[in-house]
Structures are given as structure tokens and as C-alpha cells.
Design a protein around this ligand. Structure first.
Ligand SMILES: O=C(CO)COP(=O)(O)O
Length: 249
């Protein structure tokens, strides 16, 4: 397994003034034992990468287009993110699947574009509350995994984030048994499709991860880190989550 990973997704939040949060993180985590990534809005990628300089915290985008360039007003390509200083890009977040009608096929094409540009794709999956209550969570998420991951996925270029939609921004978190079941199933499917290398594909949990529940979540088998929304916006919330992951390694 590669290093464990904590990724912060700022979503549509953050202005220049918030770069001070990144400076604080950089001071606190000069030599982390886990990988740390922050994904700000596209407007801040370049400045965040610049202000981090040679520090070990990485910057990521929140989405990319499947094409490298062209007539796609409002979109940005994986190459552009790379040039701006990003090393990672989130693709297929449930908010994009809902707001922008992104399908598994589109998500897979975006992940392929990320790989081609030399970015690590953080591919998001997750069921709705209705699907969970109907007992379909495992089937839905397995289907998303099969259809959203490109053939060339490896432990080096791909991270999978399981984010149950009903846990995002709600303060509700699945039980550790539910997380263990999902992550165990995802790991088995990854190894079945990609072989032994897939044991190293990092599986993140996302959805209401906070300083007070992080340790419990990180103790679950096959949880290799977290994709954190709201609690990644302030270094005073994000740092204890990073500490919780560090104490597992
Ligand atoms: O969607 C998420 C991260 O991508 C999770 O968001 P919250 O941590 O705010 O629930």
C-alpha cells in the first residue's frame, strides 16, 4: 500500500483570504507521514500551489473536462490543472453527477484525461438514501466502480472515494460496519479486475468526516484515508483529522 491520504474538497468555497489556512497547514505539516491534498476552486489552484512552494502538501482540482482543449466554454482540462500546479483531480463527485448530469461514462473519460495529463484521479462513488434504504447500496456502488474506472487505473494514478450521498454535509455517518462492508467489497472488486496492484489503490471514505469521528473511521479495515468537505476549510479542523490518520501509521 502507498501512503495513506487525506484530501480536502473546498467545493465552491474559498477566496484569496483563505490561503492563510493553507499557510497554517504548511507550517503544521512540514513532514507528514501521510499524503495531504487540498482541492480548492479552480480560481485558487495556481496561487495555492505557488504559496505551498516546495512543501509536501499537494493541490488538486475538483473536476476536469475529458478533452485536452477545445470549444467547451466554462470548462478546464486536466492539462490546464497540471500546468497550474495540481497533482490530483477529483472526478465524479456526487454534486457534479447531480448538478451537471455526469454519467459513469463521462466520469471514466475524465479519469482517463487526468491520467493522460499525469494527474492522480480521485474517483467518487456513493449511493443515495433511497438506494441505501432499498438495500441497493452495494450494487449501486459496485456498478459505479465498474463503469467509472478506466482500464489504465493503477495504485499510482487512481484513488477511489466512497461518499454516501446521504452522509455529505449532513452530519450523518454510516456505521463502521457499513463502511467496512462497502470498502471490503470495493477492494475485492478492484483486485478482481486489476490484480494485485489494486491492493495499493487508496480507498477513501467521505461524508461528514470531522475531528471527533475521524479516528473511529480510520480504524476501519480498507479505509486508507478520507475525502473531507466542510472540515477541510479551516486548518484547525483539518489538522486534527490529519493527526488521526497519522496515528494509524
Ligand atoms: O463531499 C464531501 C467531500 O467531497 C464530503 O463533504 P462533508 O465533509 O462536508 O460532508
Amino acid at each position: 500500500m502507498g501512503r495513506k491520504l487525506v484530501a480536502g474538497n473546498w467545493k465552491m468555497n474559498g477566496t484569496n483570504a483563505d490561503l492563510k489556512e493553507i499557510e497554517a497547514l504548511g507550517i503544521a505539516w512540514a513532514a507528514p507521514r501521510v499524503d495531504i491534498v487540498v482541492c480548492p476552486p479552480a480560481t485558487l489552484v495556481s496561487r495555492m500551489a505557488f504559496s505551498l512552494g516546495g512543501q509536501p502538501i499537494r493541490v488538486g482540482g475538483q473536476d476536469c473536462h475529458a478533452a485536452a482543449s477545445g470549444a467547451h466554454t466554462g470548462d478546464i482540462s486536466a492539462e490546464m490543472l497540471k500546468e497550474a500546479g495540481a497533482r490530483y483531480v477529483i472526478v465524479g463527485h456526487s454534486e457534479r453527477r447531480a448538478d451537471h448530469h455526469e454519467t459513469d461514462d463521462m466520469v471514466r473519460a475524465k479519469a482517463e484525461a487526468a491520467h493522460k495529463a499525469g494527474l492522480t484521479a480521485i474517483i467518487c462513488l456513493g449511493e443515495s438514501l433511497d438506494q441505501r434504504e432499498a438495500g441497493e447500496a452495494l450494487d449501486v456502488v459496485s456498478g459505479q466502480l465498474a463503469a467509472s474506472l478506466p482500464e489504465g487505473a493503477t495504485a499510482a494514478n487512481t484513488v477511489v472515494a466512497y461518499e454516501p450521498i446521504w452522509a455529505i454535509g449532513t452530519g450523518k455517518v454510516p456505521s463502521t460496519e457499513q463502511i467496512a462492508e462497502l470498502h471490503g467489497a470495493l477492494r475485492a472488486k478492484l483486485v478482481e479486475r486489476f490484480g494485485e496492484d489494486a491492493k495499493g489503490i487508496r480507498l477513501l471514505y467521505g461524508g461528514s468526516v470531522k475531528p471527533d469521528n475521524a479516528a473511529e473511521i480510520f480504524a476501519v479495515e480498507n479505509v486508507d484515508g478520507a475525502l473531507v468537505g466542510g472540515a477541510s476549510l479551516k486548518s484547525t479542523d483539518f489538522s486534527p483529522i490529519i493527526s488521526a490518520l497519522e496515528s494509524t501509521v
